[in-house]
Design a protein. Structure first.
Length: 65
């Protein structure tokens, strides 16, 4: 799920975007690639880089010391 920020007249709105389920594993993977490409296009490098660091750091908790 991605959160896309839309600027309104007075406030910024957030819209959740979900991936479509595929008919099979290949279609699921292709949908994920399209979903992620759209996410990267619609979010700043700083924002999605921070989120990727959280995922990567969570895979190596003992290396933080």
């Amino acid at each position: 799920m991605a959160v896309i920020k839309e600027e309104g007249a007075k406030e910024e709105k957030e819209r959740r975007v979900f991936m479509k389920p595929g008919k099979d594993n290949r279609e699921d993977r292709m949908n994920f690639v399209k979903y992620w490409a759209e996410y990267v296009r619609t979010h700043s490098d700083k924002e999605w880089s921070r989120q990727q660091n959280i995922v990567i750091d969570s895979q190596y908790p003992k290396l933080k010391d």
